[in-house]
Each structure stands twice: as structure tokens, then as C-alpha cells.
Design a protein around this ligand. Sequence first.
Ligand SMILES: Cc1cc2nc3c(=O)[nH]c(=O)nc-3n(C[C@H](O)[C@H](O)[C@H](O)COP(=O)(O)OP(=O)(O)OC[C@H]3O[C@@H](n4cnc5c(N)ncnc54)[C@H](O)[C@@H]3O)c2cc1C
Length: 623
Amino acid sequence: MPESFDIIVVGAGHAGCEAALAAARMGCRTLLVTLSADQVGQMSCNPAIGGLAKGQLVREIDALGGEMAKVADETGIQFRMLNTGKGAAVRSPRSQNDRVAYRAAMKRRIEQQPNLSLLQATAEALLVERGPFGHAQGRPEQRRMGGPATMLRAVGIRCLGGVEIRSRAVVLTTGTFLRGLIHVGPAQMSGGRMGEPSAEGLSASLIAAGIQLGRLKTGTPPRLDGRSVRLDELKLQPGDDAPQPFSFSTVSLPGPQLPCWLTETNPATHEIIRANLHRAPLYSGQIKSVGPRYCPSIEDKVVRFADRAAHTVFLEPEGRGTSELYCNGISTSLPMDVQEALVRSIRGCEGARIVRYGYAIEYDFAPPTQLWPHLETKPVANLFHGGQINGTSGYEEAAAQGLMAGINAALKLRGEPPFVLRRDEAYIGVLIDDLVTRGTLEPYRMFTSRAEHRLLLRQDNADRRLMRHGRRLGLISAKQIARLDEKEKCIAELRLELEQTKIGGETLAQKLRRPGTTFADLAKLWPDLNSESREVAEQVEIEIKYEGYISRQAQQIERARKVEDSRIPDGLDYESLVQISKEARRKLGEIRPVTLGQASRISGVSPADISVLMVHLAARKGK
Ligand SMILES: Cc1cc2nc3c(=O)[nH]c(=O)nc-3n(C[C@H](O)[C@H](O)[C@H](O)COP(=O)(O)OP(=O)(O)OC[C@H]3O[C@@H](n4cnc5c(N)ncnc54)[C@H](O)[C@@H]3O)c2cc1C
């Protein structure tokens, strides 16, 4: 191609769209290359965004200036806040979305973005040049500390058909498409998703560049023709009466909301599956790679939870303009005839017609311990990975990584330090630290239990935690910051009012601290409070009620900060530190942690090993 670009993003999925938009908005001439221009932002599986812990990621993406939250709000057909009966730390927003509208809305953003071009093509090879090329981590301070430069740098891609496109950096967000192999019963076909080709050549060029690859598997359930399902017999699952948007910028949500329906498998369903396990690719040995433990197929559920008489099935509308229903809960790669039988054994689906059969897919991924915390690959400078290629599963996990990869590719080209979020700042920090420090042997998905500081990382305060980062990066507008400043001012004023207003010898804040008392209870005592916005009232209520826990977590974080911020120069010869255990030396040498905090989270590295490392670094600093 005659023109060259600053950044090429390969793959217009959830990760790629966020990466490309962020890079373009940060001033980089960006090209988004994808197999099909009609599948930009396609939801490969369930037409839903958010959910437990995933909702937190979506709001964080929004707070940093990403698009997923806005697109989810614009195309939502049902909105629910999950875990409202539990503590604030685990409440998570979730939406059902119109699949077709979601794609169109995301593609519109790509097409309207200055500095960004879309190209339908298949990236067949990564173009690299030989170095040395400065320090891989791209950290000026790291460069001063010395350490091995990388020998290779990404300089573009070659497309199927021979066109070569040059760029200064490349972001790979290829999802489930690298040597994708689809399974439906004994049938196997290459493909990145049903009906879409796989990308066959790129893997070979990554391996040639020193990137190791592994194989993972995921799967999807059948979709049904809603007209053939007796929905009137099934339990309705409506949206929330007062639906809350994902995005901090959304003023109103589309209506009306559509319901989902609930049914369940039963012993007859399970018997059909058991009788055909020998024909299931998962159990016949046909599928060799590891699938998502937390999104098991129905055949997995029947085997692993043999004593369960039923498994819930959510029938989710695929959109406003279609009668297709997504059967959440019976992901399967069983043969078609078995899928017909198992679906028709389910209450309400006795006469159901399958529009799309479920299937499993195996694909190449690049183990994420090959990445620096800013998602640049260690073997190849200026090559960044984001999304399912890093071993995650989920639109939200992918979008979060894509956003960070796009931001850091732009910062690298500017010669600025990388943008890395800590574990105590964001779920995105937890996600990326888990991936690059511990790696993953099965598709990784986010849970609130993975975040040790989840009480600080709530979905309701993502704007207060991250929006100023977004502003500094040029992805959040001055207007959005002005709105945040106004919100902070209202929170402080309301807090003061509750601390100073006394009724019956007790301040309103003291009343609120009592278990079971809510802000609404206070408003009955003090009607002025009814004028407060829901957002402001929610922040003050949580801060007052959880004050003790929040300050303890903040102290914990402060104590850990010294270790977290202690940098480790790359290229340290761990083998020379014989007081450190052999396994720890091997792991440290493989992962090359950037800080002592990261080193302490590597499995097999003990606190004693960290102490030895601390002494060594202090001595080295002393020199
Ligand atoms: C069958 C199936 C079931 C799934 N089940 C779920 C689920 O239930 N819940 C969930 O959250 N997630 C599920 N996922 C995973 C989810 O789809 C992914 O986590 C998410 O889409 C990853 O986003 P991504 O941007 O990394 O990749 P994708 O969304 O897969 O997008 C990758 C993009 O890259 C393009 N591409 C790839 N290689 C090339 C190339 N060489 N050249 C040009 N373009 C290329 C593709 O065309 C595609 O547009 C499932 C995926 C599949 C396929």
C-alpha cells in the first residue's frame, strides 16, 4: 500500500475497535484491518454486555474514554443491576443488546473517527526488522538502567494477496481467529466464527518472530426461532424498573425493555447427553485444548455436576428486529441430531426449531507472560497484543485490553512512559497484572473475587478513579472533567451536611452508619436530601457506611506501595541470586517482572525470595 501508518490494528472485534479508536484519538494515523467489514464489533456469542465483574470493566473503559459502554447503552434492549441484594463491591451492571444494532453502532464510530481508516483484508504475516531497538519496555528510566534491547521490531503487516502495509507499531487483536477450528459433533471446519474464515498464516509469522503460541477452546449454544418456543409457559425475566446506564455520559436509555425467559434442563435432557457423550468432540478426544472453566458446555455440566437435576437456561432475545433467541446455559458442540433432541427435551422448547447449531472452536493464543504490563510483547518491540489472543474470554476483558494496548502503542510512538494501571486502581489493572504475571492455562474471565481491593474498585466510582487518567491521555473531554468536578463538589457538600446535621442528638451520618439504614430513610427525616442526585447520594451512602473497611484497604495499599513501586531493572541475572529458590529464579527469569510487587505475585516466588531480591536491589542501588 502506497501510504504507511503510525499504527495498524489487526482485528475489528471488541479489543480492536477500542485499540483503534484510542490510538486515532491520541493523534496516531491508524489503520484497522479486519477479515470482514460487516463484522466490526460482532458479539461472537451472547448478545449481552457486562455482568458480574465484567460490568465494572465496562464502566472503567468508559471512564478512560473507550466506547463499549456508550454502544451498550445505545443498543440495549434490557438493563439490570446484578447483586443489588449484596454489598456495593459486587454490584454489576448488565445489558442485553441488539446484536445487529451493536455492530452498526460500533462501526459508525470507527467510520466517523478522524485519523482512522478501516480495511477489509486478512493479515497473513507480521513484518519485522532486526535491531537492537532500544529497550523493550520503552521506559526511559529502564533504558538508563540498561538491560537487553529487543532484537526485533514490528514494522507492518503483509496481507493475503501480497499487499504490504508499513506502520511504526502493530496491535494484534485477533480473537478466536488464529487457526480457528470449529467443531459440531464429528464435523470440523476451519473458521474464526461460524460462517467466517479463520486466519491461517499469521500464527506462523508470530512463531518465526519468537512469539510462543498455545491452543484454547470456547463454545456457544444453539439459537432458536422464538416463534417455535412456548414463551407464555416460561418465567419472565424483565429488566430493572429504573435501569441504570453503563456510561457516565449517557443521559437516557432506549426503551421499551424486552424480557428474557427462564427455563431449565431436566433429567431427560441429561440422559440424552450422557447417552451421546462418546459423540461429543469434548469427550471423544477430538478437541484437545482447554476450554473456559467458568463457561462450561452443557455436556461438561452434566458430567461435572452429575447430581444436579436441572441447569438453568436463559432464553435471550437477539434483538428488536428478530425472533431469534440465544439459549444461555447450553453451550454445546454435540452433533446436530443430539442438539435437536436435547433442545426439545427442555420445557417450552418441545417444538423449538434451531436456527443456528451450537459449536465449539479451538484457536491459537499467545500466552500473556510474553507481554510487558503495558501489553507490548517482549520478543518484538512495537508489537502489542490485546483481547482473546491473550487467553481471555469475554467481550469486556477484550475491550479493556484493546483500549490499553491502543493507548500504549500511541504512547510508545510518542516516546512517553507507558500507561499501566495498578491492581488498587482498576479491574483493568487486576486483569492485565494477572495475565502478564501469572499467565493463563485456560480462558481467563474476570470475577470480583480476583480483585483484592474490590471495595475500592466499585462500578459506581469508576469515573472518580480513572477519568483524570483519561483526560491526561486526551481521551476524556474538559466538559466531562467539569461534570466530574461538580459531582465531587456535591459529594463533599452532602457529606458535610450529613456529618453536621443533628436530629435527636445524633448526626444524619451516625444514623446512616447503623446497619439497615439507607439514604432514603434519612430523606424521610430530612426532606432536603430528596433533591440530591442518585449518583451523589449513592457515593456518600457507600463512603459513610463502608468508611472503616475503605480506610483499612487504603492503609493496606499504602503499605504495599513501596514494594509495588520498586522497579526491577530488566536483564537482571536472577541465576546469580543463589539464595533465591531454583524455581523462583527460573520463573523470575521467564517473566522478568518490572516491579517487586509484580515479582511477589509470580506463582512459586516466596516472600523470602522477595526479601533476597530487595536486599540485592538496595545493594545495587547503593553502588
Ligand atoms: C463460539 C464462541 C463463543 C464464545 N462465548 C462467549 C461468551 O459466552 N461470553 C463472552 O463474553 N465471550 C464469549 N466468546 C468470546 C468472545 O467472543 C471474545 O472474548 C471476544 O469477542 C474477544 O474479543 P476480541 O476483540 O479479542 O476478538 P473477536 O471479537 O474474536 O474479534 C477478532 C477480530 O479480528 C479479526 N481478525 C482475526 N484475525 C485476523 C487477521 N489475520 N486479519 C484480519 N482480521 C483478523 C476477526 O475478523 C474479528 O473481527 C466466545 C467466542 C466464540 C467464537
